[in-house]
Design a binder for this molecule. Structure first.
Ligand code: 1YM
Length: 641
């Protein structure tokens, strides 16, 4: 795209490249996929244009509605999309924006063309993939209107009437084309997560979301503190080590840098980076710049204030980032994305920009806030010691396994088939249920690993204690993949990891502890769909020697409806796996032809939200946990992440 130096927009700055047939033919190329993810992406594309208008300083409110017919309306109070006639094509600029691929306005020259979309495509792609789309523009006292169907113009741009000359803005309503999308129902929660994130990333901007369908809801996201409030939000389920959020902001060579951070008493690093409001899960140069600046600045300060001794050696970056929640957000004119998924920033000048802004302002913060500075240094030193102890413990475990020739845990009853594709491992709560499972199993393909009672809560323990825990060590060796940087999915010994616990509150708690461990140490197992929850029955119903099993209250009722409710009927409520003998356990929970397994997934794939879910459930703050469980009763019942 050529850049134009003129300050004011004029219609001839829009470049015309292609028609929209290409988009309808290969939608995946433009919005990533035609699944639910692609569907929601349509909304972000339109909202991105409004956010660009906000970043340019002309818009402070965006309203998004999910209408009753599942169409979406986005309304902003910006300047209103341009309506003047494009000199080259002789049609109104707004029509060019909606019907020509890659049409865009001026880039740079003060405002950033952010275009947060997956491939930087915009309104025309949404139009191409909509059954119909209507645009209304409020500008200079007039209301302009145009309608399109499947990307084609069906009515010329017209003036619908007059409006208050003070009113200005753009309004787009569209209905996704159901012949293109596999899923056409919008999910309120998915939109909420992303819109809230956009509001955090654009301080002062008000974004509202309203659901006008059956379950009526409306929320407004508006954060004067921007990413500072984002950090507070992410830390709200944790215990912060100091009240202030450290905030750095500045410009270097046309790159705008904003960083906010605060430590909590957890052991995980919780940093998220963004480029032009798009998340970069794989980091990149901006994130590297941040890490360099943080490590260097804290070490310099700690040395200068004699908080570390010569003999302590330097604090590693990971020591300083233990328990750190941070947002790194930059705006750059021409972002280059690299890596397999194109989610890693490559621009080398971004590294310098972030490093420079953070080094300068963090140094200043530490000098101005000695109490906070001391807390950060002390936390880092404790973490450094724990890391050294953990390494020792890990080396020890490694040496041991090397000597034993990768000894599998003694309690594991392994299967005989050695092809991981055919194999499954049941992680079973308690030795007695473990015993029944060992008797019941199909030896060729089912392995059993019994665990003793509650396992360690990895959310609340340091690495050295984690490595020392027998149950955790047993799982790590049984799975075969290793953990963290040493994780290797090709070494996975079972393609189904099945957690089998009692169908009660304690069982649910143990499942959550196990999932927390897997999520923190081997998240790929969950991402790639290898982790399952077994579902034992809740009731055994017996009539005339015939046995029925019910897995829910509803199912119990429907069985009783079917067989009648006369007195001879015996109903047993299972309190635990231990009440079943081996045969019953096989019949109800382990027989691959009859059992019910639930695959554990990461809903929404929003990493910040998943982190909050785990710290809410496993952290030590009671109030947010109670609120969360009340709000997500279904979650606790289904235990999907
Ligand atoms: C509900 C969606 O698209 N708002 C919007 C879009 C534009 C402008 C204002 C705008 C931009 C400029 C000048 C400029 C767009 N303009 C263009 C293009 N809301 C929504 N609000 N005047 C108005 O960037 O110079 C594309 S989007 F190409 F015309 F500049």
């Amino acid at each position: 795209m050529e850049k134009n130096s003129a300050e004011e927009y004029s219609a001839d700055q829009i470049q015309i490249l292609e028609g929209l047939e290409a988009v309808r033919k290969r939608p995946g190329m433009y919005i990533g996929s035609t699944s639910a993810r692609g569907l929601h992406h349509l909304v972000y594309e339109i909202v991105d244009n409004s956010v660009d208008e906000a970043l340019a300083g002309f818009c402070d409110s965006i309203e998004v509605s999910i209408n009753e017919n599942n169409s979406i309306t986005v309304l902003d109070d910006g300047r209103g999309m341009p309506v003047d006639i494009h000199p080259k094509v002789g049609i109104p600029a707004v029509e060019v924006i909606f019907t020509k691929l890659h049409a865009g306005g001026k880039f740079g020259g003060g405002a950033y063309k952010v275009s947060g979309g997956l491939h930087g495509v915009g309104a025309s792609v949404v139009n191409a993939l909509s059954d119909w789309l209507e645009v209304r523009i409020y500008r200079e006292g007039k209301i302009y209107y145009q309608r399109y169907e499947k990307g084609n113009v069906v009515s010329k741009l017209e003036v619908l009437g007059e409006c208050d000359p003070e009113k200005h803005g753009s309004e787009v309503t569209f209905l996704p084309d159901e012949t293109i999308f596999e899923e056409t129902v919008f999910d309120y929660k998915t939109l909420r997560t992303r819109l809230r994130e956009m509001a955090f990333l654009t301080k002062g901007l008000k974004i509202s979301l309203e659901d006008k369908r059956e379950e009526k809801k409306k929320e407004t996201f508006h954060y004067e503190g921007g990413i500072k409030e984002f950090v507070q939000y992410l830390n709200k389920t944790k215990t912060a080590l100091y009240d202030k959020v450290i905030y750095c902001e500045g410009d270097r060579n046309g790159i705008h840098v904003e960083v906010a951070m605060q430590h909590n008493d957890d052991y995980n690093e919780n940093c998220y980076s963004f480029v032009n409001n798009i998340t970069t899960p794989e980091g990149g140069t901006h994130y590297t710049g941040f890490k360099n600046a943080l490590t260097k600045t804290i070490n310099d300060y700690a040395k200068k204030m004699k908080l570390i001794k010569e003999s302590d050696g330097v604090l590693q970056g990971e020591d300083i980032r233990e328990g750190l929640t941070a947002i790194i957000s930059i705006k750059i004119e021409d972002p280059q994305f690299e890596g397999q998924t194109k989610q890693k920033l490559g621009n080398s000048d971004a590294r310098y920009a972030v490093d420079s802004v953070v080094s300068e302002q963090l140094t200043y913060f530490l000098e101005q806030n000695p109490a906070e500075a001391k807390t950060i240094c002390e936390k880092s030193i404790v973490s450094q010691r724990a890391r050294m102890a953990a390494r020792k413990a890990r080396d020890l475990t490694r040496r041991k396994t090397a000597l034993d020739g990768m000894a599998l845990p003694g309690k594991l009853a392994d299967c005989s088939d050695k092809n991981p594709k055919n194999c499954e491992i049941y992680i079973v709560e308690g030795d007695s249920a473990g015993g029944s499972a060992k008797t019941a199993r199909s030896r060729a393909t089912q392995a059993i690993l019994p665990l003793r009672g509650k396992i360690l809560n990895v959310e609340k323990a340091r690495m050295d204690r984690i490595y020392d825990n027998a149950e955790i060590k047993a799982m790590i060796t049984a799975f075969g993949t290793g953990i963290h940087d040493e994780f290797d999915i090709s070494k996975l010994r079972y393609h189904k990891i099945i957690i089998m616990t009692d169908a009660d509150v304690d069982g649910a708690h143990i499942s959550t502890l196990l999932l927390t461990f897997i999520y923190r140490f081997m998240p790929e197992l969950i991402k790639q769909g290898y982790v399952y929850l077994a579902q034992p029955p809740l009731f055994k119903i017996e009539k005339n020697k015939k046995v029925y099993y019910a897995y829910s209250d509803e199912q119990q009722q429907s069985i009783l409806d079917e067989i009648g409710r006369d007195n001879s009927i015996k109903i047993q409520r299972y309190k635990g796996l231990g009440e079943m003998d081996a045969e019953q356990l096989w019949d109800t929970t382990m027989d691959p032809s009859k059992r019910i397994l639930r695959r554990v997934t990461m809903e929404g794939e929003d990493l910040a939200e998943v982190d909050i879910t785990f710290t809410t459930l496993m952290g030590d703050k009671v109030e947010p946990r109670r609120e969360f469980i009340e709000a997500n009763a279904r979650y606790v019942k289904n235990l999907d992440i």
